[in-house]
Design a protein around this ligand. Sequence first.
Ligand code: F6P
Length: 365
Amino acid sequence: MYKQIGIITGGGDAPGLNAVIRAAVRTAVKEFGIKCVGIEDSFEGLTGETQTMKLTTRSVSGILPRGGTMLGTRNSGSFCCFEDGKVIFPDETVKAAIENLKKLEIEALVVIGGDGTLAIAQEFYKRGIPVIGVPKTIDNDLAATELTFGFMTAIDIATEALDRLHTTAASHDRVMILEVMGRHTGWIALHAGLAGSADIILIPEIPYSFESMVQKIFSREKSGSRFTNIVVAEGATEIGKSEIYKSVGDRKTAPRLGGVGDYIGQKIEEMTGKEARCVVLGHLQRGGSPNAFDRMLGTSFGACAVRALANGEAGKMVALKAGEIVNVPLSDAIANIKTVASDGQLIRTARDIGISFAAPKESRL
Ligand code: F6P
């Protein structure tokens, strides 16, 4: 049995990180008598002088409803860089961090993160460090798990935003566009669009056409609804075009998506003569308290991750499958991102109730 394990949170923060930390520490200490060390600011805490904190059941008390992560996080740094669109993990940095783990007497790691963070975790595992991953991201784009924690809270926030935009759109007879996060997938836009009664949902998995969008806006006008609510995923693309980026990134930083909502708003004003306004929901989707579901999922993931380590499992990620928490190979989780199936049940349901995805000739689908 391990004497001491380390806990790391990496990548963009997501509601529920503290719930995972709390459950992992409580399970380690109370159930298995294992001590816990928190590594600060993602893997960066393992570089140079190292930055860590002792985690006890007392130090994690009261953090369950708190947003963010008590350990700090980074979504860029020394452990990966971008070269010609490829991600490279600098060998020397990983080796030095492993030396530091030995000095700190940390025998295994619980790594809480999305695909980028878990890919770094895999590098540690390949070099002999027992690692268990915990799937985190508001984007829900991690393969090998049905859900990541943080996603459900993000949907709640985006849904509330859509509800609020509904009344102002209707009062002004405007087209309101809500740009939500999600990187290259449309999970947040699709779920919030359904829950928040969007009229048009634009996701990366279904490239959009302005003609189709305008047709939908005018057919609503004809039927007496002189406003339209659109939710657009930041990675959505117009047919034949590529994603819109706010910044292209560099060797150390990944490119940042953003701007598609404004682009659509301008085009719609030109094409329909109607007023359009865009709201970018941004980091509000990540901040603040996790909802009940994410507290519950984060707690289950945290406890099961430590149990898996204690049972001798490593190189795995805890995952949700058919309502159960299972362990899947870390390599499966990072191999591909999980995208929305363009003929999946939620898309069909949305179409059944008259929501448009602005695909060409959609009315004939
Ligand atoms: O992966 C989470 C996420 O919020 C994405 O949806 C978004 O594209 C990105 O992170 C934003 O990153 P940053 O916090 O660096 O702006």
